[in-house]
Design a protein around this ligand. Structure first.
Ligand SMILES: *Cc1c(COP(=O)(O)O)cnc(C)c1O
Length: 499
């Protein structure tokens, strides 16, 4: 199978798409076709491990990787103790029509681990296949979560290194500790005196700076990014849609072939796009319900066909969904345009020049047969955490609660009784303070530090505190470097030079 650019200018192999990340014309790599997984294959998944399911799905896309290579990568990625549940992405019962797909059992307690534990192995193999001898030096700017997930993923993967820049003093103390205590001989963490925009712009500048690339080349290093537009981050996410379906059939909750809906808390549109790909591959998905927080640009798009980004940016309780430009939407637009790259280019040019574009009413109608969209603000999110706990005894994190609230809106408006799977994208322990406030009210929860909040949540939910939270108190801090925002390059070269 080949990979094309959404903007027309490429035809590459799977390993090249993964090694290069973004196409030269600025487009995203998309598969030339969707491999079909028939129902009898899905039925076989019922009796196999998550790892086995992953190998089958991945191999359908990654034709220039051997089964053996994929098996080894998958086994390295999804081993204990990094994942604390043998099911990797277990499905939990909420009520007769609703199940929760828990995607937060990896080392950083959020769903990005599923892709970021596997991607480094896929990149290392891709480098080998394409005769790339340089070390793949991953550079990440983070507002908190992605940085730690990337560090854990690339930690000690041969042929790679990972450097994370974060705004010094601009992330939560837990997030900072998570990053600065990271082990591994190829991980680097640099605080930047500036805000997230300064940090992100600094990294973007490095990627376009020729002199910097030459210096890295002289050190035998190839700068690269691990961001969510890489096809290698998308394909591991397709797996858990199939896996959840097989588990539900296995437990008798649904019968094989029955159509179900998935509800996805959405930011960059990567997670929900993976669900769309699963549907294109033959998984019986009825609807994909797209849940946003107050940054509801996608809700508007799926309601009136116009994507409009010149709007106020809000900081919310679900920070990983605070996004105004959902990069992965471009892959859906490509399918919506019947794979016409010129149409995609036109829309992307309009977006860059005027901050908006419209796909028109006909295309919107076609998209609406699969997608339904809604949003929940912070008040609704807090209420939802409280209500779900009161009624069902299940404690959700704020991102998952956004999804849960939008699902309630969907059912209110449609009376659709179809079984739904809600994707739980983060552990409540990652946001212990806010979650306890939602359950107890602000007054009663006041004055407790994060670890105390976590202990109360453990008591309320009966779910043990994950080790990756409790050990933070005692792990030694290994990364101390801080730099000025206009000295990021020098600080990076110093770090990498001393490797
Ligand atoms: C990244 C993230 C999301 C959004 O996922 P996208 O693929 O960007 O749509 C939702 N919840 C959590 C906890 C996340 O970390």
């Amino acid at each position: 199978m080949s990979f094309y650019s959404t903007r027309g200018g490429a035809c590459v192999t799977a390993s090249q798409a993964i090694l290069w990340g973004l196409a030269h014309d600025g487009g995203l790599y998309v598969p030339s076709m969707f491999p079909q997984i028939p129902l009898d294959r899905i039925a076989e998944f019922g009796s196999s491990s998550y790892q086995h399911r992953a190998v089958r799905i991945l191999h359908a896309f990654l034709e220039d990787y051997s089964i053996g290579e994929i098996e080894e990568a998958v086994n390295l990625a999804y081993a204990s103790p990094a994942f604390d549940d043998p099911a990797i992405t277990p499905v939990k019962y909420l009520d007769r029509q609703t199940y929760v797909l828990e995607l937060f059992h990896g080392p950083t307690l959020a769903f990005k681990d599923i892709a970021l534990k596997l991607l480094p192995h896929l990149i290392a193999l891709a480098a080998e296949k394409n005769d790339e001898k340089r070390e793949i030096s991953i550079l990440v700017a983070t507002s908190g979560d992605t940085g730690k997930a990337a560090l854990e993923g690339f930690k000690d993967v041969p042929g790679t290194s990972c450097t994370v820049f974060y705004p010094y003093g601009g992330v939560s103390s837990i997030q900072e500790l998570q990053m600065t205590t990271t082990g591994g001989s190829n991980t680097h963490v640099l605080g930047v005196r500036g805000n997230f925009d300064d940090t992100q712009n600094g990294v973007k500048r490095l990627f376009t700076d020729k002199a910097f690339h030459e210096k890295m080349n002289a050190m035998g290093k190839l700068p690269s990014s691990a961001n969510s537009i890489n096809f290698g981050r998308l394909v591991p996410q397709v797996v858990y849609y199939f896996s959840a379906y097989a588990d539900l059939v296995n437990s008798g909750a649904i019968r094989m072939g029955q159509s179900i809906h998935f509800v996805v808390p959405t930011g960059n549109f990567g997670d929900i796009l993976a669900g769309y790909y699963a549907k294109q591959m033959g998984l019986p998905i009825g609807r994909l319900i797209c849940a946003s927080n107050r940054n509801n640009v996608l809700t508007d798009f799926f309601t009136d066909s116009t994507y409009y980004t010149h709007r106020t940016f809000f900081q919310t309780l679900s920070p990983s969904m605070d996004i105004l430009i959902s990069s992965n939407l471009e892959r859906l637009l490509y399918e919506s345009a019947n794979r016409d790259p010129n149409l995609v280019k036109t829309w992307m040019t309009q977006l860059a020049e005027s901050g908006s574009f419209s796909v028109g009413v006909q295309r919107l109608k076609a998209l609406q047969t699969t997608f339904w969209a809604g949003y929940a603000d912070d008040n609704m999110t807090m209420e939802e955490i409280h209500t779900v706990y009161e009624r069902k005894g299940y404690v959700m994190d704020p991102h998952t609660a956004v999804g849960s609230r939008v699902l309630a809106q969907y059912r209110d408006r449609t009376n659709d009784p179809t079984t739904c799977v809600l994707l739980a994208t983060a552990s409540p322990y990652k946001f212990s303070d806010d979650v306890l406030r939602a359950l107890w009210g602000c007054e009663r929860a006041a004055g407790l530090d994060t670890f105390a909040c976590a202990r109360e949540l453990e008591r309320l939910s009966g779910v043990p505190i994950p080790k990756s939270i409790s050990e933070l108190k005692t792990l030694p801090v290994r990364h101390h470097s801080v730099c000025e925002k206009d000295e990021m390059e020098a600080a990076l070269l110093r770090e990498l030079g001393g490797e």
